[in-house]
Design a protein around this ligand. Structure first.
Ligand code: SF4
Length: 295
């Protein structure tokens, strides 16, 4: 069976759209209708005219699509495609921090659960985090769950940024340290990387920002310090340039749960439907929409 062809047929039959994150396997990115970073995918999710959204990404991304599209069915092809960063933060931690810092705003990276987003004033992605923080009236910001992105923002704003929790991180990016990575090309670094790595970067950018940077650059060879399959995405966009992963073991296991076969089975069997509790969804939606307004 030619899975790509079968998926194409199912897309038509179901009136479905496939969204894929830049960290997906190349085979999945190639059958997607739209591939992008978290911000681009969240925005795309608001523009879709389809009955089904098949989300090739991790759980929080599919949840965001479901929150923004209560009238559509959102499918995620694997029930264990999860983001390890999101579990660093719980609603209880937010409640406690709000008591400790009354008057502070709560800004949550989209890599968080819908239950946490429901307690945020606004969400952000790595592409718009500084802009989101700058858009607020409050001078103190509780920022979670990524402490590296919190530091990145703190360096670019006069506001007081308090990481929530202090040690939240992504296990994929945390190992991208100067001593582990190659340096034989223009070094593109994701802001989820530790500060030591950010300090070495030629450019620090979200995955969407990396694509925009390469489009404007004349360089021929790039070293990519983020999840390994971002290189696949860059090669698809710029086949005449050379891209190498900064560290070949930078693999997000949650993202890799999605395969072409799982996408096919998900569509064929209409599984797994992403459901978010109505009350949580309506509160989380406000925080996500507020982000989209300032982006
Ligand atoms: S790369 Fe890290 S932050 Fe991104 S989805 Fe995977 S675990 Fe989460």
């Amino acid at each position: 069976m030619n899975l790509a062809e079968e998926i194409k047929k199912l897309k038509k039959e179901m009136n479905a759209v496939i969204l894929a994150h830049n960290y997906q396997r190349g085979e999945v990115q190639r059958i997607a209708d739209f591939t992008g970073d978290s911000l681009q995918l969240a925005r795309k999710a608001t523009e879709i005219d389809a009955d089904y959204i098949v989300f090739a990404g991790v759980d929080f991304m599919a949840e965001t699509a479901a929150v923004l599209n209560p009238d559509k069915t959102v499918l995620i092809p694997s029930q264990v495609a999860s983001c390890e960063m999101a579990i660093f933060l719980t609603p209880e931690m937010i409640e406690e921090a709000r008591k400790k810092y009354p008057g502070a705003a709560v800004v949550l990276y989209v890599n968080s659960t819908a239950a946490c987003k429901a307690m945020a004033d606004i969400t952000c992605t790595s592409a718009n985090a500084v802009r989101v923080v700058e858009s607020l009236n409050e001078d103190t910001v509780l920022f979670g769950p990524d402490s590296n992105l919190a530091q990145y923002v703190a360096k670019r704003t006069a506001k007081k940024i308090i990481p929530l929790p202090p040690n939240g991180h992504c296990y994929v990016h945390t190992n991208l340290m100067p001593e582990n990575v190659r340096h034989d090309g223009v070094l593109l670094v994701h802001p989820e990387c530790p500060m030591e790595m950010q300090n070495e970067a030629d450019v620090i950018a979200s995955t969407g920002g990396m694509i925009r940077y390469v489009a404007k650059s004349d360089a021929k060879r790039f070293v990519v310090a983020t999840e390994r399959d971002m290189v696949e995405r860059l090669k698809m966009e710029f086949p005449e340039r050379e891209f190498v992963p900064a560290w070949p073991d930078a693999i997000c296991l949650g993202m890799k749960q999605i395969t072409l076969r799982k996408v096919y089975e998900s569509m064929k069997e209409k599984k797994y439907v992403v459901k978010v509790n109505d009350e949580i969804a309506s509160k989380a939606k406000k925080a996500i929409e507020r982000m989209l307004e300032v982006s």
